[in-house]
Design a protein around this ligand. Structure first.
Ligand code: F6P
Length: 341
């Protein structure tokens, strides 16, 4: 079998480990050959496909980013040619199947291609950990580790200057990174998109930390909005109406300073959270996902996606992968909120 692999959407630590896991298993156990599709769906639309022999994936599990490149191109947008164009390029390279590694957008395209008869298997990826069809996605653990280390570092400078520090982390729709990094870093407030709170409440936590002699630390997810007004929401969207990195933190910091009189600084972690080497947890999960994708291909489970359930890897329908967002449930935030202030 000749299998095409692509990585699409935002990059994420662990993508290379998936590629390595798939190629190693496919080559060794099944004698399969591999093709690298460059820059996600763009490579299929523009016929940018390269051989991906086993020696090319050597040592890849510890390397961040993706050796195949990525883009947000969709074969179904504009005059890209849709499933017909994808089938044409696949035929030109005698490609029997595709392993598509990506988040919600990528997996939606994968499902649409499957519906049009393309043999395809998905591998979920997102640092946000917001896909409900899998317990965890690789990249999340790395992002949380980077954010936690940053919170630890910001704490010492905040303490030295008796300042409040607002740390903005990624999380456009969900607050998993904020929640975990906030808990791990001992934040005095964790603000997530799922639970709007008032500015009064935020300032109460900040002042309570200050009154106990602490440097108040607020971790905020980029998609957070205040309950009592749209001042943050208005300033925080980009030209596409998406939360803008740095928008929430930059808007919130001055509000806290104005309201509490505590000097406040803002740090936006942004793409630092997606860069560099994956943690060991993410390398293991990504490698297992890659190997499991090969099992799914061998069993011709087209239209499915590999998924972590407890400690086991299973396959689930691609449709279920793209229908529901895994949000932070209220009780998980309440558990953490007991420690705020
Ligand atoms: O979905 C993953 C994510 O990292 C979000 O947390 C963030 O909002 C977004 O991607 C950033 O995307 P881009 O790299 O296109 O700026």
């Amino acid at each position: 079998m000749n299998i095409g692999i692509l990585t699409a959407g935002g990059d994420c630590p662990g993508l290379n480990a998936v590629i390595r896991g798939a190629v190693m298993k496919g080559d060794r156990i099944h004698g399969q050959t591999f093709l690298g599709i460059r820059d996600g769906w763009r490579g299929l639309v523009e016929d940018d496909v390269i051989p991906l022999p086993r020696h090319e994936v050597r040592g890849l599990s510890r390397q961040g980013g993706t050796i195949l490149g990525t883009s947000r191109v969709s074969p179904f947008r504009g005059d890209a040619g849709g499933a017909e164009r994808v089938k044409e390029v696949m035929a030109a390279h005698a490609m029997d199947a595709i392993i598509a590694i990506g988040g919600e957008g990528t997996l939606t395209v994968a499902r649409m291609l499957y519906d049009e008869g393309v043999p395809i298997v998905g591998v979920p990826k997102t640092i946000d950990n917001d896909l409900s069809a899998t317990d965890y996605t690789f990249g999340f653990d790395t992002a949380v580790s980077i954010a936690t280390e940053s919170v630890d570092r910001l704490r010492t400078t905040a303490e030295s200057h008796h300042r409040c520090m607002v740390v903005e982390v990624m999380g456009r729709h969900v607050g998993w990174i904020a929640l975990h990094a906030g808990l791990a870093g001992g934040a005095h407030a964790v603000l997530v998109p799922e639970v709007p709170v008032t500015l009064d409440q935020v300032c109460e936590w900040v002042e309570s930390a200050r009154d106990r002699g602490r440097a108040p630390l607020v971790v905020v997810a980029e998609g957070f909005t205040l309950e009592d007004g749209d001042i943050i929401a208005r300033d925080a969207v980009d030209g596409f109406g998406r939360p803008r990195l740095g928008g929430v933190g930059e808007a919130l910091g001055p509000l806290i300073e104005e309201r509490t009189g505590i000097e406040t600084r803002v740090a936006t972690l942004g793409h630092l959270q997606r860069g560099g080497v994956p943690t060991s947890y993410d390398r293991v999960l990504a490698t297992r996902f890659g190997a499991a994708a090969i099992d799914a291909v061998v069993e011709r489970k087209w239209g499915t996606m590999v998924s972590l359930r407890g400690i086991d890897i299973e396959t689930v329908d691609l449709r279920s992968a793209t229908t529901e967002l895994k949000v932070v449930p209220r009780h998980r935030w309440d558990e953490a909120a007991v420690l705020f202030g």
